[in-house]
Design a protein around this ligand. Structure first.
Ligand code: PDD
Length: 283
C-alpha cells in the first residue's frame, strides 16, 4: 500500500503530491499548521488543536479552506488510508496561490495539505528512558510566536545548532536571559516539588500538550506555577522536561552539558508522563 496525502480537496499518492510554485506558503511562509499526535489510530486532544488552528488563521486573516467539521473527517481519512496506529498527522493551510506580491491577494483560495506517518511507540519510550540533552541559544524568532505559523527558519537554525552540539533540543533565550521555550516544544523545570513553566504570551506557543499537562497536574494536586526561568534556575533545578505533540512529556537530563539533578531521568518526569497519558482525550 502506498502512502496518501490530502492536497486541496483530493487524495493523492504521497510521492506524486504537488503544490503550486506560487503558493504563498512556499514564497512567504504565509500560512499556519498543526501537528496532531495519533495513538491507537485516534487523534490526541483534537479540540485543542483545531481551536488553535482557527485562532492562528484568524490572527493572519486566512480563510479556512474547508468547513470546521470537515477537518476531523479528512484527518481520519489520512489515518485510515495510511494505516496509522501510532504516529502523527501534519496539517498545513496557506493563503493560497497568487502572483508574487507582498499584499494579501484579493481572490486567492486557501491551500490545504494533510499528511500522516507512523512512528513506532518504542521510539518514544526509548527516548524517554534515555532523556534528551538541550543546548541554549538566542531566540531570534518574530514577536508573534503564539501564532503557529510556517515562519520556521529561526527554530530550524536553533534545532540544527542543538544537533551540531550533540543535543536533541534547543531552548531559546530572550533578551533578559530567560528561556522562552524549546525550538519545537514548551520548556519546564521542577524545583522543590513545584513545576515551573513560562506563562502564555505572544513570546511562546500555547502548547496543547502543555495545557493538558497543566490540567492533569491540578487534578492530581501537584504544585504548579507559571513564571519565567533562566540558566541559574536551570542549574539549580531538580528536573527538567519538554512537552509537545511529538515528544509528549520528555525528560531533559542536561542543559549546555550541565547535568540536571543527578543527570538521569527523574521521578517527576515519570509521574508526569503517566498523568499526561491518563488525561489526554482521544477521539
Ligand atoms: N511543535 N512551542 C513550539 C515553538 C512548538 O513548535 C511546539 C510544537 C510546541 C508544543 O505545542 P504542542 O504541545 O501543541 O505540540 C511549543 C510541533 C510539534 C512541530 O512543529 O512539529
Amino acid at each position: 500500500m502506498s502512502r496518501e496525502a490530502f492536497v486541496n480537496g483530493e487524495y493523492t499518492e504521497y510521492i506524486n503530491s504537488k503544490v503550486h510554485i506560487e503558493d504563498r506558503g512556499y514564497q512567504f511562509a504565509d500560512g499556519v499548521y498543526e501537528v496532531f499526535a495519533v495513538l491507537d489510530s485516534k487523534i490526541v486532544d483534537y479540540e485543542g488543536h483545531i481551536k488553535r488552528l482557527y485562532r492562528s488563521l484568524k490572527e493572519l486573516n486566512i480563510a479556512s479552506p474547508i468547513q470546521r467539521k470537515s477537518y476531523k473527517f479528512h484527518i481520519y481519512e489520512i489515518i485510515k488510508r495510511n494505516i496509522i496506529q501510532d504516529g502523527l498527522v501534519y496539517l498545513q493551510v496557506t493563503r493560497g496561490v497568487a502572483s508574487r506580491d507582498f499584499k494579501f491577494p484579493k481572490n486567492s483560495k486557501s491551500s490545504i495539505v494533510i499528511i500522516g506517518k507512523n512512528t513506532s511507540s518504542n521510539y518514544y519510550n526509548n527516548n524517554f528512558n534515555k532523556g534528551i540533552k538541550v543546548k541554549t541559544t538566542k531566540d531570534l524568532r518574530w514577536k508573534r510566536v503564539d501564532i503557529k505559523s510556517l515562519n520556521l527558519l529561526p527554530p530550524v537554525l536553533a534545532k540544527q545548532y542543538a544537533a551540531d552540539n550533540d543535543c536533541e533540543e534547543a531552548w531559546l533565550l530572550d533578551d533578559d536571559g530567560y528561556i522562552t521555550e524549546g525550538s519545537s516544544s514548551n520548556a519546564w523545570i521542577v524545583k522543590n516539588k513545584t513545576v515551573i513553566t513560562r506563562p502564555v504570551s505572544s513570546s511562546i506557543l500555547n502548547g496543547i500538550t502543555r495545557s493538558t499537562l497543566i490540567k492533569s497536574l491540578s487534578k492530581v494536586g501537584y504544585n504548579f506555577i507559571e513564571r519565567r526561568f533562566n540558566l541559574n534556575d536551570i542549574k539549580n533545578a531538580d528536573e527538567a522536561f519538554i512537552t509537545s505533540a511529538t515528544q509528549f512529556v520528555m525528560p531533559v537530563i542536561a542543559v549546555n552539558n550541565i547535568k540536571i539533578g543527578n543527570g538521569r531521568v527523574g521521578e517527576f518526569a515519570q509521574i508526569f508522563k503517566e498523568i499526561y497519558f491518563k488525561y489526554i482525550s482521544l477521539s
